[in-house]
Structure formats: C-alpha cells, structure tokens
Design a protein around this ligand. Sequence first.
Ligand code: DHB
Ligand code: MG
Length: 230
Amino acid sequence: MQQETELQQQARIRHEVEENLVQLFAPEDEALRTTITAAKEAGLPAIHINPLQGKLLQVLAAACNAQKILEIGSLAGYSGIWLARALPPTGRLITLEVSPAHAEVVQHSFEQAGVSDRAEVRIGSAHELLPQLVDEAPFDLVFIDADKPSYPHYLDWAIRLSRPGSIIVADNCIRAGQALSESALDDQGVAGLYQYNLQTLKHPRLRAIALAMDEDYTDGLNIAVVLPEA
Ligand code: DHB
Ligand code: MG
C-alpha cells in the first residue's frame, strides 16, 4: 500500500479531530438528523451549519443570557433547533424565512424536535419583517444566515433590535478568504459579506471576530458583541 503524503496525513488528522470534537461536544440527536433528511427530501440545499457551529451558538446564547433570539434565514430549521434548545422554556426564537415551502419544512422540524412552543417561523422578506420586530426587541442573540448581498442591511437592523451585551453572529463571512479582501467584489454576495465584516470592525458599538470553522477551514462565522453606548 502506498504511504500517505504529508498533506493526506494532515487532512486525515483534521477530519478525525473534527469527528472527535463533534462526538464529544456536539453530538446530533435523532431530531437534528431527521431535519437534515427532511431538508434533502424537500430539495433544499445542504448548506446548514455544522454541529460545532450549532454548539457555539448555544454557548454564545448562554453567554448573553438569551431569552429572545432572532434568526434571519431559517433554511430547514437545523440551526433553529440548536438555537431554540439554548433557550429557557419561557424563551422565544423568531426565525424569518422568505420561502413559504422552506418555512413548512422548518415548522415540521420544530415540531418533531419538540421546540415549537418556543420557536416561531415568520414567512416573508426580512426587509419587510425586520421593521415589524421593533416592539418585540431587544433580542439577546441575532443569527444571520440569509441572502448575502443584504448582510450589511441586516446588520443595521440587528444592532437596532439589540441591547448592550447582545451577540450578533453571521454565517459565511470568510468564503475561502474572498470575504476578507477587495479581490472579488464583482460578486454581489461576496461584496455584501466583505462589507459586513468591515462594518463590524468599524462600528463603534461592536467588537468582532471572524473564525474559520467549517469542515475544510474555508468559511465560518463573524461574531460581534454589542457594546454599551459610550
Ligand atoms: C450558501 C449559503 C449559505 O448560507 C451557506 O452556509 C453556504 C452556501 C450559498 O448560497 O451558496
Ligand atoms: Mg450559511
């Protein structure tokens, strides 16, 4: 048998470490696995967050004592289940989904995971739904994982709907490095993500970091904490 190259060995070790981390810190239960199967059967793309990202969202929810969580972009409800499970029984997750067909999958996912008492999916464009949330603010945690060109706009709203100490997390803020520089701005999605990263760095009320934490270390989350007003 041919010996594995150094690159192959590194890839294998990274993969094993990832599997061990998931098994120890973020094992998926039946409900989460069923949600992924249901998403596939409904023809949704397999672009949900991974278990370690789900667990990180739960840790962040605990860090800001989250009672109210807002999610922009529900997909199939996989991240919503992680988020809802971080809430106390009296807590509330509102997740915004533009596709009625996807929202139906989400509702079903929440029911089979036993979180539909605290997790609500609202159907419509986030551009229209966000201004309607002012009376329900502040949200302790906001998770953005929707159409990429709109990320800067969603960040403005996330800040507006937050309080000092709220945490704003956004998925896909690295994009193999493209979202970290001006090199690929002809792509509207990448441009939105780059602008988002810049805004989190420049905004006087935010302290932010982006972390590569997907399977191949090419994409990850921007995590920003809302600071007190000076
Ligand atoms: C895409 C969107 C996502 O939110 C993601 O996590 C991965 C890919 C996409 O639109 O291609
Ligand atoms: Mg995403």
